[in-house]
Design a protein around this ligand. Structure first.
Ligand SMILES: Cc1cc2nc3c(=O)[nH]c(=O)nc-3n(C[C@H](O)[C@H](O)[C@H](O)COP(=O)(O)OP(=O)(O)OC[C@H]3O[C@@H](n4cnc5c(N)ncnc54)[C@H](O)[C@@H]3O)c2cc1C
Length: 275
């Protein structure tokens, strides 16, 4: 049975009443099925009113959970969102970007999900809704509870990603390392944002790393050390990378990932500071 509601309340009623698989672009759902059967009951969220909209207002930016990467890449958003837009252009291929959604990326909760670091540096929260519980919001960092694990409860849909108004002058950049340019899972990725004072020194810094810990995370010691400094030639200390716990796998060794992240931090900070 394939349900494609256009109304959120109808979708939440379906979620409450049946067990099935939520699907958006399907670019994670179908590969996950492998050679086995695809889920028998699916709830397609991409036609639900409002879930594919990007709205900007006094409280910041609201990105519907079913907004596709290609829409995000072309969206008119402040420079603080440049990392997210660069990540959108780096996901998979044009075909994947035309089908895949930001919400699907967050719900899959891969440690290598390209959408997560650019949202962490924006202090993003998520909005989840259910028929029984109404709507609740939680920080993205609390939504992602582990590799491929989220705080979504049975009956809940991710409905939006909420970004508070970015601080004045904040500009971001995204660095993705893969074994080739496109159609590749990140070995590591870094999103960085800086706002500079009149003397060109860092006033506000945010750095987040993906694919180097069970869940992508911010680097608070690096962010604090950057304040008052020149982001163009800042030396990354191993202590700045303390929250990371990279693993050895087919894509790279832990040591390689640490080295790569340090270089990606330097590059992302330089690009954000010179934009
Ligand atoms: C060839 C290929 C290349 C890829 N390259 C990249 C890449 O470079 N970077 C990257 O990060 N990812 C990549 N991916 C993974 C995938 O494309 C992304 O994670 C994409 O954003 C998933 O979105 P989707 O809409 O297709 O999710 P779907 O497959 O539809 O859903 C993914 C998961 O989220 C759940 N879900 C979706 N929407 C909701 C919702 N609103 N509420 C609750 N649950 C929901 C589904 O039940 C499912 O568990 C790639 C995939 C493929 C096949």
């Amino acid at each position: 049975m394939y349900h494609a509601p256009t109304d959120l309340d109808a979708a939440l009623d379906l979620m409450a009443g049946a067990s099935g698989t939520v699907i958006a672009g399907g670019t994670d759902v179908y590969p996950a099925a492998g050679a086995g059967p695809v889920p028998q009951t699916m709830l397609d969220v991409t036609g639900i009113a409002g879930l594919s909209d990007i709205d900007t207002g006094p409280n910041g930016v609201r990105i519907g959970a079913a907004v596709r990467w290609s829409t995000l890449a072309r969206a008119d958003l402040p420079p603080a969102f440049d990392a997210l837009k660069t990540a959108a252009r780096a996901v998979g291929s044009v075909q994947i970007q035309n089908a895949g959604t930001l919400g699907g990326n967050l719900c899959t909760a891969s440690p290598a999900a390209d959408g997560v670091p650019p949202l962490l540096i924006l202090d993003a929260a998520v909005e989840v809704s259910s028929a029984a519980g109404g709507t609740r919001q939680l920080p993205l960092s609390a939504f992602l509870t582990g590799p491929r694990q989220t705080a979504l409860q049975p009956g809940e849909l991710l409905t939006a990603i909420l970004i508070p108004p970015p601080s004045a002058g904040l500009v971001s950049a995204f660095e993705k390392l893969g074994s080739r340019r496109y159609l590749v899972i990140s070995i590591t990725m870094v999103a960085a944002a800086v706002a500079l004072d009149d003397a060109g020194r860092v006033r506000d810094a945010r750095v987040a790393v993906g694919a180097a810990s069970p869940v992508a995370c911010r680097l608070p010691a690096l962010e604090a050390a950057l304040v008052g400094r020149n982001a163009q030639d800042f030396a990354i200390d191993p202590a700045h990378l303390a929250p990371l716990a990279p693993i050895d796998d087919v894509r790279g060794s832990a040591a390689y990932r640490r080295d790569a992240v340090a270089e990606q931090c330097r590059r992302a900070l330089r690009r954000a500071a010179s934009a």
